[in-house]
Ligand binder design. Structure first.
Ligand code: ADP
Ligand code: MG
Length: 625
């Protein structure tokens, strides 16, 4: 009797499991499946990403569904469209030997009438994002009044995305007698609140501290100057020619900007974030799964839970605001027993975050240095040689060979090899010959913007004031709430007519700049700048402010000259110097976070709508992470 059989699963599931190639249940499956099969109970299960939660609820659910009854019996809520589709797919695979069992995905951005029609045809299981589900309920297109099971998958992320009210409202539309199974990686207060409000005596399962990836993911960090972030990313990609990676940025704007730069520099990259149309996102995911894309630059929400095998590297281009999120990111690699690497590009001022993450993941990071140009050239050269060596020869080429032999007849084998590999190699060599090595310049230089440290007050200018109906208390509350800061974290708020000033501790500066700057306040775009005047803060820092206000922040200065084209990039060859003209910066103090100061991302002016992946039409409160 195999392990799955011992858990009590029936023949049709066992057959499907065999097809899937699962040999042994994962820990969360081992714990959850028997409980869910044997009891009619509520359940709270805490387990990291990649631990096999879908099957942990999917198997028992399928076994308990009455496939002969066409009514909707189960609702699975999940945070994003991608996850919704992924779960639907999995459930379909699990239930492929069960006649008459239908699972329908319900998510924003696709035709609601078509989804309603599918539901109407008979869907025992509906997998939905909360926003779209709420729409369907409001329009009377679904009936979940008689369901037996409701599953909240990635509950923490759903709440994080601002779906609390939708979830409450949806759950209120379901019968009290149903069973609710809540799956989550973490248990923040909001999740506990949902559990308390909507569940009775839930069984509780916690799967160790262990991320299934943790044994197979190694963690590395690279310290760079803020303005070298992009160059570091490029070098890491160049030093890993077979990289197949998810690159995480903090905001949609950064995600778009980094992806655009990579594409411009000839990498096989694409962006995945909530501002793309559904068709674009589908296209991106398809290309990524098909490996036409080597670097998928994504926001946390868009990439949450995405299950693509064989991702070699997760790159934290910027660290997430919430440390917990790091787990979700690194869980994109090291899946299904494969080895993976999670890389963090950090500035010195962010180093303490690495230590906090170490405590949470209970694993050590290895500090590494960005490879030098020479090292990269060497890696690329060997890679190319191996590639030539292993290339499969199509004998079609035989017809052309005589003419080609003739061209090469005066060259020795050694000469020929040298020239062949030089074709590709020259590009890298020429590029890196001109570059300084970023790793060896860790020390601060005079051109470096003032380092902002925890413990130092930072004063900001913000373009809203009394004219926008703020007094100092209201502005303080608005900033606190938007940034999810504590009671005393915003101080020295000084409201003028059309603008204001306020202070925070330097530890919050990145958050202020990444969330508040560009924030869309009812159609008004908020602009925040670090003020040269520290407002007579807790200490005097005038001497150190001089670094601010330099115009050419960011890595753009680095991008002049010819970036090496990647093999398989668009058109080999040398690039023109189009990056070399210094562009004007959009804001006065753009020097601080180099990677955000690109004029294109400022110009783009994408309003900082709240990210809500599959349900972008609905307003949400700002995400915290
Ligand atoms: P989670 O929801 O916990 O993040 P998933 O349910 O998405 O995890 O599963 C992660 C991956 O592991 C998927 O590719 C899934 O097919 C695979 N998987 C799940 N259970 C098993 C198992 N028992 N044996 C092998 N692979 C499994
Ligand atoms: Mg999952």
């Amino acid at each position: 009797m195999n392990k799955f059989e011992q858990l009590g699963l029936n023949e049709s599931l066992l057959l499907a499991i065999k097809d899937l190639g699962f040999e042994n249940p994962s820990e969360v499956q081992e714990k959850a499946i028997p409980v869910l099969l044997e009891q009619n109970t509520d359940l709270v299960a805490l387990a990291q990403t990649g631990t096999g939660k879908t099957a942990a609820f999917g198997f028992p659910l399928i076994q308990k569904i009455d496939a002969e009854n066409k009514n909707t019996q189960a609702l699975i809520l999940s945070p994003t469209r991608e996850l919704c589709l992924q779960i639907t797919n999995e459930i379909k695979l699990y239930s492929k030997y069960i006649k008459g069992l239908h699972t329908v995905a319900v998510y924003g951005g696709a035709s609601i009438t078509e989804q309603a029609r599918e539901v109407k045809r008979g869907a025992q299981i509906i997998v939905a994002t909360p926003g779209r589900m709420q729409d369907m309920i409001n329009r009377g297109l679904v009936n979940i009044k008689n369901i037996d099971f409701c599953i909240l998958d990635e509950a923490d992320e759903m709440l994080n995305m601002g779906f609390y009210e939708d979830i409450c409202s949806i759950l209120s539309d379901t019968p009290d007698e149903k069973n609710t199974w809540l799956f989550s990686a973490t248990m923040p207060a909001e999740v506990a609140r949902i559990a308390k409000q909507f569940m009775s005596n839930p069984e509780e399962i916690t799967v160790g501290h262990k991320n299934s990836g943790s044994a197979t993911v190694s963690h590395e960090y690279y310290v760079v100057n803020a303005r070298d972030r992009y160059e570091a990313l490029k070098r890491l990609a160049d030093a890993n020619p077979d990289i197949f990676s998810v690159v995480f940025c903090r905001t949609k704007r950064d995600t778009q900007a980094v992806a655009e730069k990579l594409i411009e520099d000839g990498y096989n990259a694409a962006a995945l974030h909530g501002d793309l149309s559904q068709a674009q996102r589908d296209g991106v995911m398809k290309s990524f799964r098909g490996r036409q894309i080597q670097m998928l630059v994504a926001t946390d929400v868009a990439a949450r839970g995405i299950d693509v095998d064989n991702v070699t590297h997760v790159v934290n281009y910027q660290l997430p605001d919430e440390i917990e999120t790091y787990n979700h990111r690194s869980g994109r690699t090291g899946r299904a027993g494969k080895l993976g690497t999670s890389i963090v590009i950090v500035t010195k001022s962010e180093l303490r975050k690495i230590h906090s993450i170490e405590r949470i993941i209970q694993q050590k990071f290895e500090e590494k240095t960005i490879p030098s140009g020479i090292e990269i050239c060497e890696i690329q050269l060997l890679h190319l040689a191996n590639k030539i060596h292993d290339t499969e020869v199509d004998h079609e080429i035989d017809n052309y060979l005589p003419a080609i032999y003739e061209v090469f007849q005066d060259l020795s084998k050694e000469e020929l090899i040298k020239r062949m590999v030089s074709v590709e190699f020259n590009r890298f060599l020429n590029y890196y010959k001109k570059k300084r090595d970023i790793a060896s310049e860790k020390s601060e230089r005079s051109s470096e913007p003032r380092e902002i440290r925890a413990g130092d007050p930072v004063r900001y200018f913000i373009n809203i004031g009394a004219r926008d109906d703020f007094d100092w208390m209201q502005l303080k509350d608005f900033i606190k709430e938007t940034l999810d800061l504590g009671r005393d974290d915003v101080f020295k708020v000084d409201v003028k007519e059309g603008f204001s000033f306020f202070n925070t501790d330097g530890e919050h500066t990145e958050k202020v700049m990444s969330i508040l700057n560009g924030y869309d306040m009812n159609g008004r775009r908020i602009n925040v700048e670090i003020s040269k005047n520290d407002g007579g803060g807790r200490r005097d820092h005038n001497g150190r402010n001089s670094g601010f206000g330099r115009r050419e922040g960011g890595f753009r200065g680095e991008r002049s000259g010819s970036a090496p084209r990647r093999e398989g990039g668009r058109d080999g060859g040398f690039r023109s110097d189009r990056g070399s003209a210094p562009r004007r910066e959009g804001g006065r103090d753009a020097g601080f976070r180099g990677e955000r100061s690109s004029s294109s991302s400022r110009r783009e002016g994408a309003s900082r709508r709240i990210e809500s992946a599959g349900d972008s039409s609905r307003p949400r409160r700002p995400r915290r992470s």
